[in-house]
Write a protein that binds this ligand. Structure first.
Ligand code: SAH
Length: 623
């Protein structure tokens, strides 16, 4: 099963005809979906049988699945699901595949239910055309109702339908972003409809709606003809001090009271902070569990270092720090050396029989995503998309952020979604690329790092893992998955026949990261050992002598007529293939887009093909 489909699980698929089974059965195995068949149809491995009508069966499994795939007429599906639909934020993704498997249609819950994304992935997998009818997709804009999902933002109140429809009509919509990541703004198309900030009086721009991205709770009228929506990045850390035995209810009421008083959004809470003495405070633990909030605790030694507006000598005497609520809020909001500010100083709420709570709120510069980051190290193959594995394609499409060299990002552009953040870095900045990927994954994002060919062969996989290890990685968080790809030596070999049929090796002539003496030793050993040898990075503008040296070493051990393939830009538009021999090879263009394959002593040429016999014993048969 392709693991990158896991975020869509559980998926149910329904087939009622033999053609539908033929399409859905293999698909379900690949994506890990359950295939349901009516009891009249033959039983198949890995399928579930249902009794009675499909309508009844659907209502039984409706709420247990995040996505449904039908291979049925669109009209029939519409009638079947109509009574079960509720609203955008609850309905599962509904996808239809036609009986010939030519089209995959995103029918319902395109954004929040991720039907558009799943449609695109399945279409790639079965080589069909994805049909996505949502307006933002066609405008190449991120869906406004899923904008903050990668960053863990909470969707707040507002007229979401009206704002989406304004955007679809190309009307100007104002964006006022007070907190949270602005990465989403970096990849908007040129003609996007957003106006950032407040227009100047002299400007004749007239926005027709507004998107707030803030920690403030705003109340909007549903009927306003200036529709507004709000996203709440989770930037508020609530510091809490309380007397032993304070009830969960008092804690909850107090937080709500303070948030209301200061017009703050409960949805913007990143987590709760306190002194480590309170790590077992029952009311506090119950509150965090109920709200699914992280509880961060700090020792008095750490807390007493923090400068706070309202220190207390009495508290200091009791617990060893003059501040619990204010200091712990500031400590929790402090992230990777970026300071945090207190936005609500200490508030004390007493109840006669439920205890006493002290609350302070600090705002952190970076939002808490509440997600476990993922690093996908992806090999995209030599160039054309049909040489990329389905698993690698899915990984790229799934990621929140795609990082890679711009040429490769262009090649994979058909797999991209409008919501994705693309970070192209120059070819020389591999280490920066690796560090950036790690930083974003640690923060909770799903990051795909793209290499050409295989990512573990002179690619980014090693660099990223090395940097992770240096940063004290525990091997599990962020989660890492490596997606292999067809490497240049395989791609080049396939274009000239079967030169790699016997023992072979790869040598990169780039001495940027490897001392030239080491490379020299390996060239000598490969030549002496009669390995078929694939040369990566053979010649650059400034590094021209290494390939000459290589040829000379090989000439010491091999016949000058030994076949050599020069394959430039395999599987790309400007592909060029030359089959020549060891003696002649330097008469042709060899550059950084070329892979050189030098045959072994039994490799022979037949027209423009290069063949290395499977065994040395067959040599006599050839001759
Ligand atoms: N990770 C890549 C290799 C990167 S090193 C892989 O597994 O293929 C870069 C070198 O790979 C280039 O200098 C060239 O020698 C070779 N290369 C990469 N893509 C190629 C292609 N499409 N055709 C021929 N050679 C290629």
């Amino acid at each position: 099963m392709i693991t990158s489909f896991v975020p869509f699980h559980p998926i149910a698929a329904i087939a009622t005809t033999p053609q539908a089974i033929e399409i859905l059965h293999p698909l379900c195995q690949q994506i890990g979906a359950t295939l349901y068949l009516q009891n009249t149809v033959n039983t198949l491995e890995n399928t579930q049988i249902y009794q009675g009508s499909l309508k009844d069966h659907l209502s039984t499994i409706w709420s247990q699945n995040k996505a449904f795939i039908f291979c049925l007429a669109t009209g029939a599906v519409v009638r079947l699901i109509a009574p079960l639909l509720r609203d955008k934020s609850h309905d599962p993704a509904i996808i239809i595949i036609d009986q010939k498997g030519e089209f995959v249609i995103s029918l319902c819950s395109g954004h929040q239910g991720k039907a558009d994304q799943l449609t695109q992935l399945i279409a790639h997998l079965i080589n069909a055309k994805p049909i996505i009818t949502g307006a933002s997709n066609s405008l190449n804009l991120p869906g406004i109702d899923v904008l903050g999902v990668p960053f863990g933002w909470c969707k707040g109140q507002g007229n979401w339908t009206q704002i989406s429809s304004l955007i679809a009509q190309g009307k100007t919509v104002q964006v006022i972003q007070e907190v949270g990541s602005t990465l989403w703004q970096n990849n908007l198309p040129n003609n996007h409809p957003f106006y950032f900030g407040f227009p100047d009086i002299n400007e004749c721009i007239k926005p027709e709606g507004r998107i707030w991205i803030s920690a403030t709770q705003r109340r909007f009228s549903e009927k306003s003809n200036y529709p507004k929506v709000q996203w709440h990045p989770r930037v508020l850390w609530v510091g809490i001090g309380c007397v032993r035995g304070t009830s969960k209810n008092l804690i909850e009421r107090s937080i709500h009271q303070v948030f209301k008083q200061y017009h703050l959004a409960i949805d913007a809470i990143a987590g709760i902070a306190t002194i480590d003495l309170k790590a077992d405070e029952i009311g506090l633990i119950e509150y965090c569990q109920k709200q699914q909030l992280t509880l961060k605790t700090f020792s008095p030694n750490v807390l007493k270092m923090v400068e706070v507006p309202n220190p207390s000598a009495i508290v200091e005497e009791e617990v060893g720090t003059p501040s619990v609520a204010e200091a712990s809020a500031i400590c929790a909001a402090f992230s990777s050396e970026i300071s945090a500010s207190l936005i609500v100083s200490k508030q004390i709420i007493k109840s006669e029989n439920e205890g006493t709570v002290t609350i302070a709120i600090a705002q952190s510069k970076v939002e808490y995503t509440n997600r476990i980051g993922q690093l996908y190290l992806v090999g995209m193959g030599p160039g054309s998309l049909d040489q990329m594995t389905p698993a690698a394609k899915t990984a790229v499409n799934q990621a929140d952020v795609i990082i890679g060299y711009s040429l490769y990002l262009d090649l994979i552009s058909p797999l991209k979604r409008p919501e994705q953040i693309i970070e192209a870095l120059p070819i020389t900045q591999e280490k920066q690329r690796a560090l950036r990927a790690i930083e974003l994954a640690k923060w909770g994002l799903t990051v795909a790092v793209i290499s050409s060919g295989d990512c573990g062969i002179y690619g980014m996989a090693g660099l990223v893992l090395e940097e992770l290890q240096k940063a004290g990685w525990d091997g599990t968080i962020p989660q890492v998955e490596v997606f292999p790809g067809i490497t240049a030596l395989q791609a080049a070999a396939s274009r000239v026949g079967a030169p790699l049929m016997h023992d072979f090796c790869a040598i990169s002539l780039s001495d940027l990261l490897t001392p030239w003496e080491v490379i020299q030793k390996r060239i000598e050993a490969a030549a002496m050992g009669d390995f078929v040898t694939a040369i990566y990075n053979p010649r650059s503008h400034t590094r021209t002598e290494q390939i000459v040296y290589t040829q000379q070493v090989f000439l010491k051990y091999r016949d000058p007529q030994t076949p050599v393939a020069l394959v430039r830009s395999a599987y790309r538009k400007d592909e060029k293939i030359t089959v020549t021999c060891l003696q002649e090879m330097l008469r042709f263009t060899i550059d950084m887009l070329t892979t050189v394959i030098i045959g072994n002593s039994s490799t022979y040429r037949h027209n423009n093909w290069m063949i290395t016999p499977r065994g040395y014993n067959q040599q006599s048969e050839k001759e």
